[in-house]
Design a protein around this ligand. Structure first.
Ligand code: TYM
Length: 343
């Protein structure tokens, strides 16, 4: 891809991220995204529910309303305070779509052709995929740059989309001769939770689209379900080794160690130091205990919030207003730069 300009952006740091409103959340979303957002909330992140992205594949409209609430409830249940974080619905700020159109004309077909997520999601039947699914990463760039976000906490699967956002920002700045107008956003991916794998196959990421429910821990699972899924997780007969190096060829074992580490806020090395030499007969119950202890309060709060739709909708309404107040002046500048109509 293009040589990136050195970022000339001089504006303030802004943290932003989003979660798609499709299906329920799992432990990968929690460790790769939600837990990181909570750790950064003193820096007033912008966090949205990506309901516009959700319709790139068919969504029943009534369910979309519920799924949007579900993600907003998960933000709150994970511990985000809506006074610190601006929590909002993407479709409540139509400027996302407007900027995405401009970026559709900035991004090159060749850049999108390289996006592996489109290839995975469209499967064998590319001709029948929606055009929106193809330009999905362009809308993602608009989500980020509409707020001039500089830092984007995400799991590892979003790395390629973030690179595209940087390319779009760079190209726009050059095309309109406006060095530093948009920042080149940095993905924040590091940490043990960045790539949580399926409990049934250590070579596949934990995903909402996996047909087997045993492959993932859902944020709506109760303590029994969590313990049962960990007990049934695929492993191997060897005890845990002393070093990370020795875990490399054992993806399922490595995944469980990473989950333990991410949940308990420790490093993989620290977990190994404690459990080296022990088999899964001992490690799995310890992991189940940590998982239940950590997730039970989140799950309970999530269940409570889902019955309080008024409370969730108030947070989203207020968040949309705050988000629009930041987005509109940026969009207004873009309209002028591009030469659009000014009424
Ligand atoms: P989504 O909804 O698929 O996932 C939300 C977040 O969860 C992370 N994640 C994982 N992290 C670790 N291990 C896993 N197995 C795992 N699975 C998912 C994702 O990396 C993500 O951080 N396109 C985005 C939503 C989006 C967005 C944005 C994100 C739209 N616009 C702008 C950042 C900025 C998505 O579909 O994430």
């Amino acid at each position: 891809m293009s040589q990136h300009e050195k970022s000339d952006y001089r504006g303030p740091k802004r943290i932003l991220s989003g979660i798609q409103a499709s299906g329920s959340l799992h432990l990968g979303n929690y460790l790769g995204a939600l837990k990181k957002f909570v750790a950064m909330q003193e820096e007033n992140p912008f966090l949205f529910v990506a309901d516009m992205h959700a319709i790139t594949v068919w969504q029943d409209p009534k369910q979309l309303v519920e799924q949007r609430r579900g993600i907003a409830a998960a933000y709150l249940a994970a511990g985000l305070d809506p006074k610190k974080a601006t929590i909002f619905p993407q479709s409540g700020v139509p400027q996302h779509a407007e900027l995405a159109w401009v970026f559709n004309c900035t991004a090159r077909l060749g850049w999108l052709d390289r996006m592996t997520q489109f290839k995975e999601k469209s499967g064998d039947n590319k001709e029948r995929a929606s055009v929106g699914l193809y330009t999905y990463p362009v809308l993602q760039a608009a989500d980020i740059l509409l707020y001039k976000a500089t830092d984007v906490p995400v799991g590892e699967d979003q790395k390629q989309h973030l690179e595209l956002s940087r390319d779009i920002a760079d190209r726009f700045n050059r095309d309109y001769d406006a060095p530093g107008f948009f920042p080149l956003p940095e993905p924040l991916i590091q940490g043990p939770g960045a790539r949580i794998m399926s409990l049934k196959d250590g070579s596949k990421k934990m995903s909402k689209s996996d047909p087997s429910d045993l492959s993932r821990i859902n944020l709506t699972d109760d303590a029994d379900a969590i313990a049962r899924k960990i007990k049934k997780a695929k492993t191997d007969p060897e005890p845990l080794p002393d070093t990370l190096e020795e875990l490399k060829a054992r993806p399922e074992a490595k995944n469980l160690v990473s989950i333990f580490a991410a949940l308990s806020g420790r490093s993989d090395e620290a977990v190994l130091a404690e459990y080296a030499g022990q088999g899964f007969g001992a490690f799995k119950p310890a992991l189940a205990e940590v998982a239940v202890e950590h997730l039970a309060p989140v799950t309970a709060e999530l269940r409570r919030l889902l019955t309080e739709t008024g409370e969730i909708d108030r947070v989203l309404t207020d968040g949309a207003e705050r988000a629009r107040a930041v987005a509109e002046p940026v969009m207004d500048e873009v309209r002028a730069m591009v030469g659009f109509w000014k009424g």
